[in-house]
Design a binder for this molecule. Structure first.
Ligand code: ADP
Length: 271
């Protein structure tokens, strides 16, 4: 999956990515959907061991423009995974209490514990995205945050967390199509928020802010991937491949059973 990895310390240009790309699914959509089913089975098994071993922690960060598909990704990739041990943390406009602390305060309290997978639906990156685009804090404050975020993530990794960060990249045209669908389809109307249309006008400013995020905060320990996300099936396939292969690298194993476990069979038989 090197294709979509943002290589640390290399020249990076978001403009070179194609949101409609499907080039890693050579056999087309239906083959991809089959592969996704297979990957789900693998993920279910890997999560079971992660939970049982109670050693590793996995943090998955999802960022996207409005209608970018964060919710759909979570639904599709984690279908069938044991909800015990998997959590979703969604970060909305900060409350007064949250704003009275530093911006990482609410984030740190939600990171995974041993044996857990946590998916961030939005994240601390909002503090260098929406906050920057709308100048919610002065530049001299948000400018320092890239370094702070890298240091924070380094701490998490050094303490045993595996971090994967995905930017679900849709095109501006695709966003328009999705908003129109939301307006027209009665089952999707609940998702429509007039504010999203307002936000759409800041598209270029957001792309500039994402360019900086990806360039400055993709590190060897906590890499960013730019996921072509115009096609949901492709997005799900690529993200699943990355998560499954990263979990395999952890070489997880079930804990050793209690000593002489067989003797308990005999005791049970007699009971
Ligand atoms: P979502 O779009 O994630 O499904 P909402 O429609 O409730 O959920 O949107 C959440 C909103 O919260 C987004 O507009 C996002 O930019 C905003 N938000 C998240 N974190 C922050 C933050 N730190 N500061 C300001 N706004 C934030």
């Amino acid at each position: 999956m090197k294709e979509y990895l943002v290589k640390p310390k290399k020249d990076f240009s978001l403009k070179k990515f194609d949101a409609g790309d499907t080039s890693l699914a050579k056999d087309g959509e239906s083959a991809a959907k089959k592969e996704l089913k297979d990957l789900r089975k693998k993920l279910i098994k890997l999560q079971q061991v992660l939970y049982a071993e109670n050693k590793h922690k996995l943090l998955i960060v999802l960022q996207a423009m409005d209608s970018g598909g964060k919710d759909g990704t979570i639904r599709s990739i984690f279908k069938g995974v044991n909800p015990q041990g998997v959590k979703v943390a969604s970060f909305k406009v900060p409350t007064e209490l949250e704003l009275s602390h530093d911006y990482l305060w609410r984030i740190h309290s939600k990171v995974p514990a041993k044996g857990e997978i946590v998916i961030f639906n939005r994240s601390h990156y909002e503090d260098v995205l929406v906050v920057r685009v709308h100048e919610l804090v002065p530049q001299e404050i948000w400018m320092k945050r890239y370094q702070q975020i890298n240091a924070f993530e380094r701490l998490l990794v050094q303490e045993g967390t595996t971090i994967l960060k995905f930017f679900l990249y849709i095109s501006k045209d695709e966003q328009k199509r999705r908003f129109m669908e939301r307006i027209e389809d009665p089952e999707k109307q609940w998702k429509f928020n007039p504010n999203d249309i307002e936000e759409r006008q800041y598209w270029d400013a957001y792309m500039g802010a994402y360019q900086d995020v990806l360039e400055k905060t993709s590190t060897p320990q906590a890499p960013w991937y730019v996921i072509p996300a115009n096609h949901n099936w492709y997005r799900d396939l690529v993200i699943s491949r990355i998560i499954v292969s990263r979990l395999k690298e952890l070489k997880m194993a079930y804990p050793q059973p209690v000593e002489n476990i067989e003797q308990y069979l005999e005791i049970l038989n007699k009971s």
